[in-house]
Design a binder for this molecule. Sequence first.
Ligand SMILES: C[S@@+](CC[C@H](N)C(=O)[O-])C[C@H]1O[C@@H](n2cnc3c(N)ncnc32)[C@H](O)[C@@H]1O
Length: 332
Amino acid sequence: MHPKLTKAWKALPEQFRRELHTKLFSRTGIYFLSRSRNSQRYNRDPANFAGNIQQVKDTYIAEKRGSNEVNQNTERRFLDIIDNLVMKNGVTRSTFKGRSSQIVSSVLNKYTLDKREISVLDIPSSTGSASLGIREEIEKRYAVGSYILADLCFDIYYDKKRECVFDDEGNLLQVKFKRRFVTINRAHRCGLEHTRFVGIVLFPAQVWSWFLKKKYKFTGFDRYQHIRLTHPDVDTLLDDKYFELKKLDVFKPIEGKFDLIISFNLLMRRYFDDTLIKLGIQNLGRALKEGGLLVIGEDLGVTFSVFTSRGGQLMEIGRETQRPDHWLLYQP
Ligand SMILES: C[S@@+](CC[C@H](N)C(=O)[O-])C[C@H]1O[C@@H](n2cnc3c(N)ncnc32)[C@H](O)[C@@H]1O
């Protein structure tokens, strides 16, 4: 927004701004469109093409090995590439170190587990960067017996010849051209703000994606460079068995039982409708041990719900939100 407009907007009373934002901008899709215009501009930078991830990871590792210090630009490049990666269901890979640690810390101060050693499921973990800080918070209070980083997808495949990237099921994610690259899946396309109006406005982009999917067909994993989407700092910890990776879909039954389940920035209205969000919560609830804790949240303001399992039933025991318009009031 123009700085003068931003200033005038901020001068309005907060309650009025919130109402206007929800009813006029958010629910109509205008807000979504204004943001996607910005991100499309950002998207075009070929430096943020996902095929570059391995090269950035190698630079990161070399810098760390050389001086034990990583250039800020290298970390930034990794973040930007990950930020631009949109999965088939419209969920972005965006994540960063320190994200959600504060919320997890305050939840663990308030709610305790009746155990010394616990098992943890962190879903979705994306690159695992945010999990580094979350695990530190947990270890201040408990011994960690196992810590699973789970996500729908951990691997992508880079076709160097045609300059395009596929996910681990062969779905096209990005195509690079000389001066820009194209993201095939629109971020948040199943979310609250992606209205019919948005669908109409962005129809030409959809046709373009459809055409690219027809043209850039997947021809086999062995032909492409395999790239693991985990952060280089997490890779070393995986080798040491500090973390374990598991491919899981939150909307399908989850194997195993855990004392603590953390789920940030996935089960929210920006990505899914209420029915799917509830299904995700039920699945996570079934994977919770008796007396365990399930923390679901997003980092827009401080927003989270805490659940426990009593007598096999999932119960919400705490909730905080600064974004009620965005946040589903759960009734599992
Ligand atoms: C915005 S990132 C959030 C990562 C991390 N929890 C955080 O807060 O920084 C969302 C992640 O959800 C993953 N994801 C999307 N759909 C999923 C599903 N159905 N089951 C599990 N993970 C999924 C994406 O691959 C992506 O890595």
